[in-house]
Design a protein. Structure first.
Length: 106
C-alpha cells in the first residue's frame, strides 16, 4: 500500500506519438499527460565502457498509485532529466505500481 506521506517525488508523464508525413518522413512528438506523485526506491548505477567510451547508465525505481496513463512507451521527466520506462509491475489489489526507468543519454 502506498501512503500519501511517502509520495515525495513528482514525475511528469509524456505520451510519445509517431506520425508519418506524405513524404514518408516520421516525426515523433511528446504530449504532456499528467504529473504524478511517487516514492523513490533505491537506484542502480552502472558505468558501461563501450568502444573506449564511458556511458553512465542510471536506472531508477518508483512506487506510485496505479495510473493507466503510464505505459511502457511513455517518457517520464524527473528532475529535468528524461527517462525511458523499462518495466511496470502493477499490483491492482494494493492500487499501486512499481516502475523502473533508465535515463536517456542525450
Amino acid at each position: 500500500m502506498v501512503f500519501a506521506g511517502k509520495l515525495t517525488e513528482t514525475l511528469s508523464i509524456y505520451r510519445v506519438t509517431e506520425e508519418q508525413g506524405k513524404t514518408g518522413y516520421k516525426h515523433t512528438t511528446e504530449t504532456f499527460v499528467c504529473d504524478v506523485l511517487a516514492e523513490r526506491l533505491k537506484n542502480k548505477e552502472n558505468l558501461v565502457i563501450d568502444a573506449e567510451e564511458i556511458f553512465h547508465d542510471l536506472e531508477l525505481g518508483f512506487r506510485l498509485r496505479n495510473r493507466k496513463e503510464l505505459t511502457e512507451t511513455s517518457i517520464v521527466k524527473y528532475n529535468s532529466d528524461r527517462f525511458r520506462v523499462t518495466s511496470i509491475d502493477r499490483f491492482p489489489r494494493e492500487n499501486e505500481m512499481v516502475v523502473k526507468m533508465v535515463k536517456i543519454n542525450e
